[in-house]
Ligand binder design. Structure first.
Ligand code: GLA
Ligand code: ZN
Length: 670
């Protein structure tokens, strides 16, 4: 494991002092100190101030802010300001503006608005970042580089079309290979020249941004857009590297955001950071899964919680307050899953613009006598006392779930068999089954080392790219337990079906053949019987399975396919391959997971009362066990952890203890 980047927990967040007069700044510093803030993220959206015109740069304000923070020895997270264009750039070089899915060229406005393939954007971004990196590249207080902000969105302009053709030429070499990959013989789409290629937008082959006439071209466009934005990131990173060889470079992710292949991005980043904004109804397990996905980005390396709101948001339909204690447990939840920083958006609430109702450490009233401030300050103090013992600690896990952006795109572009099939919610269902048992799960990419795990799950493993069938086969042959589901093994990297029967390259390992796939309307379910007469239900899709050697675990008990297998497991080599042919209800899923956990001797912290979550991080031979109550009621738990003390109170842990609403304990052996 590489050395962690931080020697203390960064406690800070986005600070945009340009929005209010300098007289406020000293007061901000006084208040931050009381909140044990030790870091600030600056210069994320300042291009307009830094460069008021094409020829003119002005760093005096940024210099002052850097000095202000340096005097107090703050750790600075330095933004590069390229996530929102200055007005002059957009007016003078309109090619910097994006064209949307509907083919409409955008005018100046909003943010995250640059065409990634605009040479004007690239030129001026480079010029700006060179000056920033030159100026602050050896500044001792700059601890992290934060490039742009939440890269996202797409562009369908003519420059992007040109760049897409170049990208395709590199990938496919000949136009015949493109036709073949996209199956363009269908509907007489044959292309004769790379110039015939049109980006798959509303005016072309994209039916909507979630459904395509030809998924192949739409998936390639997603890959291309992700690469185009990634090239913007790499361009900035390379400039920074000229002036600073050491400090980590990041950009802030958004969990399971669909638009970018984050696993590919993470390879270019030194440290992963992400922004956690759960809504009122977001489940804690969903947040946990997102954290685990972020930890999986760089093979278990701890990550930064770059943003969370200390209180409410502004952009959700109903922006409720976080009740007392909730922000604290949410922060420890991030740490419990691998975060080494706790940062807020925003340190002071903006005066105008759409984020004036977004929570902040300092509210509009301007002083520290607020509930939210007190909670931030208490947490800051606690984090300071906790120190750095857990920084860089790892999360040992024997279970992994495969997550893959190509699959995400392909599954959701596909026309049929069911419109309500979403990638992340299918993955979530399996994650939840382990979450309920407090078993640690790693979220891993397709190119991960499978041999590090005893159990790997790949729900809706729809797109099986070259070599993946063999990789799964070897994993199972050598003793692994692999689980996959309906809508798996169906297509190749271009969304063309693996001919010869579903689940294609997984068929041999699974020991089954799926002859047909039924789609159930939203209010219908199919009855299922377990081998000892248990009754279960399935939803959404129902695979009609033939066993080709697999043992049947459950069969349909209704519809015209009553008696046909729905869940099977196959002994293959030294391992086992499970296949689940429907969306199982919780009882069926739990029954399957129970078998898997038992057979592989996977131990977690067991099923706990509602709202309780327990995770473990390990550093050397020291364990940190996080017990969290996400609920608003006190909960009594019983767990045998003799000899452990709560690092937050220094009290020893009794076998049975009560956790108050939103309570947290971090246990260690002293
Ligand atoms: C995102 C952005 C921030 C801010 C917050 C508001 O995460 O990165 O600039 O807009 O949302 O929640
Ligand atoms: Zn473009």
């Amino acid at each position: 494991m590489s050395k962690p980047y931080f020697d203390k927990i960064l406690h800070g967040g986005d600070y945009n002092p340009g929005q209010w007069p300098p007289e406020f700044w000293q007061e901000d510093m006084r208040i931050f100190e009381k909140a044990h803030i030790n870091s600030a993220t600056i210069n994320v959206f300042s291009w307009g101030r830094l460069q008021p015109s094409e020829k003119e740069y002005n760093f005096s304000e940024l210099d002052q802010v850097v000095d202000l923070l340096t005097e107090r020895d703050y750790e600075i997270v330095m933004g590069t300001s390229t996530a929102a264009l200055p007005a002059w750039l957009s007016r003078k070089y309109p090619d910097v503006n994006r064209t949307d899915f509907y083919g409409r060229p955008h005018k100046y406005g909003h943010r995250h608005n640059a065409c990634p393939n605009s040479l004007s954007f690239q030129y001026y971004a480079k010029e700006l970042v060179t000056r920033i990196a030159e100026r602050y590249g050896s500044h001792p207080n700059v601890k992290v580089w934060h490039i742009s902000n939440e890269y996202s969105g797409e562009c369908y302009c003519d420059n992007c079309a040109k760049a897409f053709r170049i990208w395709l030429k590199e990938k496919y070499k000949t136009i015949e290979a493109v036709n073949e990959a996209w199956n363009f013989d269908f509907w007489s789409h044959t292309l004769y020249d790379f110039e015939d290629i049109v980006p798959p937008n509303y005016l072309g082959d994209g039916v909507s941004d979630t459904m395509a006439a030809f998924a192949g071209i739409s998936i390639d466009y997603r890959r291309f857009m992700s690469d185009s934005l990634l090239n913007n990131f790499i361009m900035e990173k390379e400039i920074i590297r000229k002036y600073d060889k050491e400090r980590p470079v990041t950009t802030n992710f958004m969990g399971a955001y669909k638009g970018l292949d984050y696993f590919k991005w993470a390879k270019e980043m030194d440290i992963v950071s992400w922004d956690n904004y759960p809504g009122l109804n977001t489940s804690w397990s969903h947040v946990a899964m997102n954290h685990d996905l972020m930890r999986g980005m760089k093979n278990g390396q701890s990550f930064m919680l770059m943003e969370q709101t200390p209180s409410q948001q502004n952009w959700q339909p109903y922006n409720s307050l976080k009740p007392p204690g909730r922000m604290r447990v949410q922060s420890y939840h991030a740490i419990a899953h691998g975060a080494d920083t706790i940062q807020y958006f925003q340190l002071r609430r903006s005066k105008g613009g759409c984020e004036k109702f977004h929570g902040a450490v300092i509210e509009h009233v301007g002083h520290e006598n607020t509930r939210v401030f007190r909670e931030v300050a208490e947490l800051g103090k606690e984090l300071e006392q906790l120190g750095n013992c857990h920084i860089g600690a790892e999360t040992p896990s024997k279970v992994a779930i495969l997550f893959d952006w190509d699959n995400y795109w392909a599954l959701e572009y596909t026309s049929g068999p069911h419109k309500d099939l979403y990638y992340v919610s299918q993955i979530q269902q399996y994650y939840d089954a382990f979450y309920r048992r407090n078993i640690a799960v790693d979220m891993i990419p397709m190119d991960a080392d499978f041999s590090a795990y005893d159990v790997i799950l790949a729900p809706v493993f729809y797109m099986v790219k070259e070599g993946m069938g063999e990789k799964v086969e070897t994993f199972v042959e050598e003793g692994g337990t692999f689980l996959t589901t309906f809508m798996s093994g169906i297509v190749d990297q271009s969304d063309n079906v693996h001919l010869g029967g579903y689940p294609g390259p997984l068929r041999k390992t699974m020991g089954i053949w799926v002859e047909e796939i039924d789609a159930l309307p939203p209010d219908e379910s199919v009855q299922i019987h377990g081998e000892s007469g248990e009754t279960y239900q399935g939803e959404m899709l129902a695979d009609l399975i033939h066993s080709e050697g697999a043992t049947v675990f459950a069969t349909y008990a209704s519809q015209f396919y009553a008696g046909i297998p729905v869940v099977t497991h196959n002994s293959f080599g030294k391992g086992t391959a499970w296949y689940v042919g429907t969306v199982p209800n919780q009882a069926l899923l739990d029954a399957i997971v129970h078998q898997i956990v038992l057979k592989n001797n996977v131990v977690g912290f067991g099923i706990q009362p509602d709202g309780i979550e327990i995770t473990k991080r390990v550093k050397g031979d020291q364990e940190f066990i996080f017990i969290m109550n996400h609920g608003e009621k006190p909960v009594r738990i019983e767990i045998d952890l003799e000899g452990y003390i709560n690092l937050l109170t220094k009290e020893s842990f009794e076998k049975t203890e009560e956790l108050p609403p939103y309570g947290v304990k971090i246990l260690s052996k002293g």
